[in-house]
Design a protein around this ligand. Structure first.
Ligand code: PXL
Length: 283
Protein backbone atom coordinates (compact mmCIF):
# COMPACT_ATOMS: atom_id res chain seq x y z
CA UNK A 1 0.00 0.00 0.00
CA UNK A 2 1.38 3.39 -0.99
CA UNK A 3 1.34 6.26 1.50
CA UNK A 4 -1.59 8.64 1.25
CA UNK A 5 -1.03 11.90 -0.58
CA UNK A 6 -1.75 14.92 1.61
CA UNK A 7 -3.31 18.31 0.83
CA UNK A 8 -3.29 21.46 2.97
CA UNK A 9 -6.64 23.10 2.27
CA UNK A 10 -6.64 26.78 3.28
CA UNK A 11 -10.17 28.18 3.10
CA UNK A 12 -12.87 29.48 5.42
CA UNK A 13 -15.46 27.16 6.91
CA UNK A 14 -18.99 28.37 6.25
CA UNK A 15 -21.22 26.20 8.41
CA UNK A 16 -24.24 26.28 6.13
CA UNK A 17 -24.43 26.70 2.34
CA UNK A 18 -21.92 24.15 1.11
CA UNK A 19 -18.70 25.80 -0.14
CA UNK A 20 -15.02 26.15 0.79
CA UNK A 21 -13.97 23.65 3.49
CA UNK A 22 -17.34 21.90 3.81
CA UNK A 23 -16.87 20.97 0.14
CA UNK A 24 -13.08 20.57 -0.16
CA UNK A 25 -12.74 18.23 2.81
CA UNK A 26 -15.35 15.62 1.79
CA UNK A 27 -14.50 15.65 -1.92
CA UNK A 28 -10.72 15.42 -1.60
CA UNK A 29 -10.91 12.86 1.23
CA UNK A 30 -13.39 10.71 -0.71
CA UNK A 31 -10.87 10.63 -3.55
CA UNK A 32 -8.34 8.96 -1.26
CA UNK A 33 -6.31 12.05 -0.39
CA UNK A 34 -5.61 13.09 3.21
CA UNK A 35 -6.99 16.58 3.73
CA UNK A 36 -5.37 18.77 6.36
CA UNK A 37 -7.43 21.90 6.96
CA UNK A 38 -6.35 25.40 7.86
CA UNK A 39 -9.60 27.32 8.46
CA UNK A 40 -9.14 31.04 7.82
CA UNK A 41 -12.50 32.07 9.28
CA UNK A 42 -15.67 30.51 10.66
CA UNK A 43 -18.95 31.82 9.27
CA UNK A 44 -22.52 30.75 9.94
CA UNK A 45 -23.15 30.80 6.15
CA UNK A 46 -21.20 31.95 3.09
CA UNK A 47 -21.59 35.60 2.13
CA UNK A 48 -23.40 35.03 -1.16
CA UNK A 49 -27.05 35.92 -0.74
CA UNK A 50 -27.52 35.56 3.04
CA UNK A 51 -27.78 38.49 5.41
CA UNK A 52 -26.84 38.54 9.08
CA UNK A 53 -24.15 35.87 8.85
CA UNK A 54 -21.57 35.57 11.63
CA UNK A 55 -17.87 35.93 10.75
CA UNK A 56 -15.13 34.85 13.17
CA UNK A 57 -11.80 35.81 11.66
CA UNK A 58 -8.96 33.35 12.35
CA UNK A 59 -6.09 35.36 10.86
CA UNK A 60 -4.25 35.28 14.19
CA UNK A 61 -4.21 31.49 14.16
CA UNK A 62 -2.72 30.99 10.69
CA UNK A 63 0.95 31.52 11.59
CA UNK A 64 0.87 29.48 14.84
CA UNK A 65 -0.85 26.59 13.02
CA UNK A 66 1.75 26.75 10.25
CA UNK A 67 4.61 26.88 12.80
CA UNK A 68 3.21 23.86 14.62
CA UNK A 69 2.93 21.82 11.40
CA UNK A 70 6.48 22.82 10.47
CA UNK A 71 7.74 21.71 13.90
CA UNK A 72 6.12 18.31 13.25
CA UNK A 73 7.84 18.16 9.83
CA UNK A 74 4.48 17.69 8.11
CA UNK A 75 4.78 17.78 4.32
CA UNK A 76 2.15 18.35 1.68
CA UNK A 77 1.72 17.02 -1.84
CA UNK A 78 -0.44 20.03 -2.54
CA UNK A 79 -1.50 23.33 -1.03
CA UNK A 80 -4.98 24.42 -2.07
CA UNK A 81 -6.23 27.91 -1.29
CA UNK A 82 -9.65 29.45 -1.89
CA UNK A 83 -11.59 32.24 -0.20
CA UNK A 84 -9.21 34.50 1.78
CA UNK A 85 -10.69 37.39 3.72
CA UNK A 86 -7.98 40.09 3.93
CA UNK A 87 -4.58 41.39 2.77
CA UNK A 88 -3.07 40.03 5.93
CA UNK A 89 -4.37 36.56 5.05
CA UNK A 90 -2.86 36.87 1.55
CA UNK A 91 0.53 37.66 3.19
CA UNK A 92 0.24 34.79 5.67
CA UNK A 93 -0.66 32.35 2.90
CA UNK A 94 2.32 33.58 0.85
CA UNK A 95 4.49 32.79 3.88
CA UNK A 96 2.84 29.38 4.15
CA UNK A 97 3.84 28.71 0.51
CA UNK A 98 7.43 29.75 1.27
CA UNK A 99 7.50 27.34 4.22
CA UNK A 100 5.86 24.31 2.62
CA UNK A 101 6.51 24.63 -1.15
CA UNK A 102 8.88 22.01 -2.55
CA UNK A 103 10.07 21.18 -6.07
CA UNK A 104 7.45 18.43 -6.36
CA UNK A 105 4.31 19.66 -4.68
CA UNK A 106 1.47 21.51 -6.37
CA UNK A 107 0.20 24.91 -5.25
CA UNK A 108 -3.34 25.42 -6.53
CA UNK A 109 -4.81 28.89 -6.00
CA UNK A 110 -8.48 29.51 -6.66
CA UNK A 111 -8.62 33.34 -6.66
CA UNK A 112 -12.09 33.47 -5.10
CA UNK A 113 -13.14 37.13 -5.18
CA UNK A 114 -15.70 37.80 -7.92
CA UNK A 115 -18.32 36.41 -10.27
CA UNK A 116 -20.79 37.61 -12.91
CA UNK A 117 -18.74 40.74 -13.58
CA UNK A 118 -18.68 41.86 -9.95
CA UNK A 119 -16.29 41.66 -7.03
CA UNK A 120 -17.86 40.02 -3.97
CA UNK A 121 -19.08 42.85 -1.73
CA UNK A 122 -16.38 42.43 0.92
CA UNK A 123 -13.49 42.88 -1.57
CA UNK A 124 -11.88 45.96 -3.18
CA UNK A 125 -9.98 46.40 -6.46
CA UNK A 126 -6.83 46.63 -4.35
CA UNK A 127 -7.55 43.18 -2.93
CA UNK A 128 -7.69 41.88 -6.51
CA UNK A 129 -4.12 43.14 -7.00
CA UNK A 130 -3.09 41.28 -3.84
CA UNK A 131 -4.75 38.12 -5.18
CA UNK A 132 -2.82 38.58 -8.43
CA UNK A 133 0.44 38.46 -6.43
CA UNK A 134 -0.64 35.22 -4.77
CA UNK A 135 -1.53 33.74 -8.19
CA UNK A 136 1.98 34.57 -9.43
CA UNK A 137 3.28 32.01 -6.91
CA UNK A 138 0.88 29.22 -7.90
CA UNK A 139 1.48 26.20 -10.11
CA UNK A 140 -2.19 26.07 -11.09
CA UNK A 141 -4.88 28.76 -10.95
CA UNK A 142 -8.62 28.26 -11.42
CA UNK A 143 -10.29 31.63 -12.07
CA UNK A 144 -13.70 32.32 -13.59
CA UNK A 145 -13.89 35.03 -16.28
CA UNK A 146 -14.59 37.83 -13.80
CA UNK A 147 -11.57 36.87 -11.70
CA UNK A 148 -9.46 36.36 -14.83
CA UNK A 149 -10.27 39.88 -16.06
CA UNK A 150 -9.31 41.34 -12.67
CA UNK A 151 -6.08 39.33 -12.62
CA UNK A 152 -4.91 40.53 -16.03
CA UNK A 153 -6.36 44.05 -15.72
CA UNK A 154 -8.84 43.82 -18.60
CA UNK A 155 -12.56 44.65 -18.71
CA UNK A 156 -14.96 41.81 -17.94
CA UNK A 157 -16.48 40.10 -20.97
CA UNK A 158 -19.82 38.40 -20.17
CA UNK A 159 -19.57 36.04 -23.17
CA UNK A 160 -20.40 34.05 -25.21
CA UNK A 161 -16.70 33.63 -25.94
CA UNK A 162 -14.65 32.61 -28.95
CA UNK A 163 -11.82 30.10 -28.86
CA UNK A 164 -9.45 32.90 -29.82
CA UNK A 165 -10.56 35.00 -26.82
CA UNK A 166 -10.35 32.08 -24.37
CA UNK A 167 -6.90 31.06 -25.57
CA UNK A 168 -5.62 34.61 -25.36
CA UNK A 169 -6.95 34.82 -21.78
CA UNK A 170 -5.35 31.48 -20.81
CA UNK A 171 -1.96 32.59 -22.08
CA UNK A 172 -2.11 35.99 -20.38
CA UNK A 173 -3.04 34.28 -17.10
CA UNK A 174 -0.16 31.85 -17.44
CA UNK A 175 2.20 34.77 -18.15
CA UNK A 176 1.53 35.85 -14.53
CA UNK A 177 3.48 32.74 -13.42
CA UNK A 178 1.35 29.58 -13.17
CA UNK A 179 2.30 26.90 -15.69
CA UNK A 180 -1.24 25.54 -15.68
CA UNK A 181 -4.44 27.55 -15.96
CA UNK A 182 -8.02 26.32 -15.76
CA UNK A 183 -10.61 28.90 -16.77
CA UNK A 184 -14.16 28.17 -15.60
CA UNK A 185 -17.47 29.42 -16.98
CA UNK A 186 -16.45 28.89 -20.62
CA UNK A 187 -19.32 28.91 -23.12
CA UNK A 188 -19.56 29.43 -26.86
CA UNK A 189 -23.38 29.19 -27.06
CA UNK A 190 -26.42 28.88 -24.76
CA UNK A 191 -26.44 25.10 -24.60
CA UNK A 192 -23.06 24.18 -23.10
CA UNK A 193 -20.84 25.37 -20.26
CA UNK A 194 -17.55 24.17 -18.80
CA UNK A 195 -13.84 24.84 -18.50
CA UNK A 196 -10.76 25.40 -20.64
CA UNK A 197 -7.29 24.22 -19.64
CA UNK A 198 -3.84 25.39 -20.69
CA UNK A 199 -0.54 23.73 -19.98
CA UNK A 200 2.24 26.20 -20.76
CA UNK A 201 4.88 23.46 -20.83
CA UNK A 202 3.21 21.30 -23.49
CA UNK A 203 1.25 24.17 -25.06
CA UNK A 204 -1.89 22.00 -24.89
CA UNK A 205 -5.26 23.76 -24.74
CA UNK A 206 -8.37 21.66 -24.11
CA UNK A 207 -12.07 22.23 -23.48
CA UNK A 208 -14.53 20.30 -21.30
CA UNK A 209 -18.12 21.31 -21.82
CA UNK A 210 -21.39 19.82 -20.56
CA UNK A 211 -25.07 20.65 -21.04
CA UNK A 212 -25.79 24.01 -19.42
CA UNK A 213 -28.30 24.11 -16.54
CA UNK A 214 -29.81 27.58 -16.06
CA UNK A 215 -29.33 29.36 -12.72
CA UNK A 216 -26.43 30.44 -10.57
CA UNK A 217 -25.67 27.84 -7.92
CA UNK A 218 -23.40 28.76 -4.99
CA UNK A 219 -20.27 26.81 -4.15
CA UNK A 220 -19.84 25.29 -7.59
CA UNK A 221 -16.37 26.85 -7.99
CA UNK A 222 -15.24 25.06 -4.83
CA UNK A 223 -16.82 21.76 -5.93
CA UNK A 224 -15.01 22.10 -9.25
CA UNK A 225 -11.64 23.13 -7.75
CA UNK A 226 -11.70 20.32 -5.18
CA UNK A 227 -12.62 17.69 -7.78
CA UNK A 228 -9.97 19.02 -10.17
CA UNK A 229 -7.25 18.80 -7.54
CA UNK A 230 -8.43 15.33 -6.45
CA UNK A 231 -8.16 14.13 -10.06
CA UNK A 232 -4.72 15.71 -10.57
CA UNK A 233 -3.44 14.05 -7.37
CA UNK A 234 -4.85 10.77 -8.69
CA UNK A 235 -2.45 11.27 -11.63
CA UNK A 236 -4.89 12.37 -14.29
CA UNK A 237 -3.47 14.82 -16.86
CA UNK A 238 -4.83 18.38 -16.55
CA UNK A 239 -7.34 18.17 -19.42
CA UNK A 240 -8.78 14.84 -18.20
CA UNK A 241 -8.88 16.10 -14.61
CA UNK A 242 -10.88 19.12 -15.82
CA UNK A 243 -13.34 16.88 -17.72
CA UNK A 244 -13.90 14.75 -14.61
CA UNK A 245 -14.40 17.88 -12.49
CA UNK A 246 -16.75 19.53 -14.99
CA UNK A 247 -18.82 16.36 -15.17
CA UNK A 248 -18.95 16.01 -11.37
CA UNK A 249 -19.99 19.66 -10.94
CA UNK A 250 -22.61 19.50 -13.71
CA UNK A 251 -24.12 16.34 -12.26
CA UNK A 252 -24.28 17.92 -8.77
CA UNK A 253 -25.99 21.01 -10.24
CA UNK A 254 -28.45 18.85 -12.16
CA UNK A 255 -29.53 16.97 -9.02
CA UNK A 256 -29.92 20.26 -7.16
CA UNK A 257 -31.97 21.82 -9.96
CA UNK A 258 -34.21 18.73 -10.15
CA UNK A 259 -34.88 18.96 -6.41
CA UNK A 260 -35.68 22.69 -6.70
CA UNK A 261 -33.28 23.53 -3.86
CA UNK A 262 -32.60 27.19 -2.99
CA UNK A 263 -29.55 28.19 -5.10
CA UNK A 264 -27.82 29.65 -2.01
CA UNK A 265 -27.76 26.29 -0.22
CA UNK A 266 -25.01 24.73 -2.35
CA UNK A 267 -25.19 21.79 -4.72
CA UNK A 268 -25.84 18.10 -4.18
CA UNK A 269 -22.30 16.88 -4.76
CA UNK A 270 -22.71 14.18 -2.12
CA UNK A 271 -24.80 11.90 -4.29
CA UNK A 272 -22.48 12.39 -7.27
CA UNK A 273 -19.47 11.10 -5.32
CA UNK A 274 -19.90 7.41 -6.31
CA UNK A 275 -19.88 8.29 -10.02
CA UNK A 276 -16.93 10.66 -9.42
CA UNK A 277 -14.94 7.85 -7.81
CA UNK A 278 -15.74 5.56 -10.75
CA UNK A 279 -14.46 8.23 -13.14
CA UNK A 280 -11.29 8.47 -11.02
CA UNK A 281 -11.01 4.67 -11.39
CA UNK A 282 -11.09 4.32 -7.59
CA UNK A 283 -14.25 2.14 -7.64
O1 PXL B 1 -17.52 29.67 -2.64
C1 PXL B 1 -16.77 30.78 -2.47
C2 PXL B 1 -16.94 31.35 -1.10
C3 PXL B 1 -16.25 30.82 -0.04
N1 PXL B 1 -16.36 31.29 1.21
C4 PXL B 1 -17.18 32.33 1.48
C5 PXL B 1 -17.91 32.92 0.46
C6 PXL B 1 -17.79 32.44 -0.86
C7 PXL B 1 -18.53 33.05 -1.95
O2 PXL B 1 -19.37 33.88 -1.79
O3 PXL B 1 -18.73 33.93 0.75
C8 PXL B 1 -17.28 32.83 2.88
Amino acid sequence: MQRLKRVAAIHDISGFGKCSLTVALPIISAAGIETTVLPTAVLSTHTGGFTGFTYRDLTEDIQPISDHWKSLDIRFDSIYTGFLGSFEQLDLVTKFFETFKTDDNIVLVDPVMADNGELYKIFSLEFALGMRKLCEKADIIVPNFTEAALLIGEPYNPGPYTEQYVEDMLKKLSDLGPKKVVLTGVFFNDTELGAATYDAVTGEIAYSLEKRIPGYYHGTGDVFGSALLAAILNDFPLSEAASIAVHFTASAIQKTAQAGTDIRFGVNFEQSIPEFLKNLKLL
